[in-house]
Design a protein around this ligand. Structure first.
Ligand SMILES: *Cc1c(COP(=O)(O)O)cnc(C)c1O
Length: 382
């Protein structure tokens, strides 16, 4: 029996061995293990240096200043800090937030919690390609809109938003612009200055770094204010307290430096792999693309297989690790709210799988997945 093929990179990526190696040097007694906030000895300074060097690596990957990076436990926390922290800090200016129906749950559920707190949310419905247009956003802005939150790359579809155009509309309406970029680093060009982004959420583990670490970019000029959600010690300029996890941070820094250096060539190779999968499926009937590949990253491909149940198909594909939607939904049998959000009929949404590729995907992986798919579809459709 052949080994397991991993095609679920959008759920998480394996840690790059170069990242794991850097992390391992920041854990044990013979390494840089001290508390980076310890000012009274050399080991503390060394740890602080390691943290600051990683802060620069992350800042460089998105065109930011290191002083604009706030470490968090992941993109979920960064999204919470961006939305709740910004809206609470800017209460006096207005209480309206604009976002979309196909954002990650970290944004959707946070915005819903804010509604219960008395803020108002406009939920934009994207087009069939998974994207909100600048014209749609313009229409939704109000006098009291203070924040717009739209993702860079959709985690289920791969759809890429035109960030610069959307930022321009938000700013013209007097609102700040937050972007969830968890799936974007190393996949599309990111530059917070050129794209006019005020708040940007990042995750380590979607970029071949470790789980449990992320960051929020917070623009300094013009000054963007967020109220802390986690108190105690005043770390990260008061925006996020807690002892900094040196090894996690070093890992994320190394991962982001690698993404900046190798992301483009990774994506080139992955495009060929995605196309190989599509070509291999070309002669199978009833395969629909939920992903509009003209506007999507090559590493995420969402497909519907007419006449089969997605869960049964996953079951039959025992040797291929895939997802029917976002990993966070895999316990429920409801169709993906993202597919529903772009108007995929329920019947097809329930027959959909997300293929996501990455740095370590090979042609042999694609071929093995194709033959498994062929076999499973024939069996299930019989
Ligand atoms: C994975 C993901 C998140 C959550 O990131 P964590 O670091 O796991 O908290 C948020 N948004 C998007 C788009 C994601 O893909």
């Amino acid at each position: 029996m052949s080994a397991l093929v991993y095609l679920d990179y959008a759920a998480t990526t394996p840690v790059d061995p170069r990242v794991a190696e850097a992390m391992s040097r920041h854990l044990t007694l013979d390494g840089i293990f001290a508390n980076p906030a310890s000012r009274s000895h050399m080991l503390g300074w060394q740890a602080e240096q390691a943290v600051e060097s990683a802060r620069r690596q992350v800042a460089d990957a998105i065109g930011a200043d290191p002083r604009e990076i706030v470490w968090t436990s992941g993109a979920t926390e960064a999204d919470n800090l961006a939305l709740i922290g910004f809206l609470r800090a800017n209460r006096a200016r207005g209480r309206h937030l604009v976002t979309s129906r196909v954002e990650h749950k970290a944004v959707v559920d946070t915005a819903t919690a804010l509604e219960a707190e008395g803020f108002e949310v406009t939920w934009l419905t994207p087009g069939r390609d998974g994207r909100v247009t600048p014209a749609q956003l313009r229409e939704a802005l109000r006098e009291d809109t203070v924040l717009v939150s739209l993702m860079a790359v959709n985690n289920e579809l791969g759809a890429v938003h035109d960030l610069a155009a959307l930022a321009e509309v938000a700013h013209a309406g007097g609102a700040a612009f937050h972007v969830d970029a968890a799936q974007a680093v190393g996949r599309i060009p990111l530059d917070v200055t050129r794209q006019g982004i005020d708040l940007l959420s990042l995750s380590g583990h979607k970029v071949y770094g470790p789980k449990g670490i992320g960051a929020l970019y917070v623009r300094r000029s013009p000054d963007i204010r967020v109220e802390a959600l986690i108190h105690g010690g005043g770390h990260e300029r008061g925006m996020r307290s807690g002892t900094l996890p040196t090894h996690q941070i070093v890992g994320m820094g190394e991962a982001f430096a690698l993404a900046a250096a190798e992301g483009e060539s990774d994506q080139g190779r992955i495009t060929a792999l995605r196309d190989r999968l599509l070509e291999g499926l070309a002669d199978i009937d009833g395969v629909h693309r939920n992903t509009d590949i003209a506007v999507a990253v090559p590493n995420i491909l969402n497909l519907a297989f007419e006449g089969v149940d997605g869960e049964s198909l996953l079951m039959a594909l025992r040797n291929v690790a895939l997802s029917t939607g976002s990993a966070c939904n895999s316990a429920s049998v409801e169709p993906s709210y993202v597919l529903k959000g772009i108007g995929v009929p329920r019947r097809l949404a329930l027959a959909s799988l997300r293929f996501s590729f990455g740095r370590f995907t090979t042609e042999a992986d694609i071929d093995q997945a194709l033959s498994a798919l062929r076999h499973a579809l024939t069996g299930l459709r019989r």
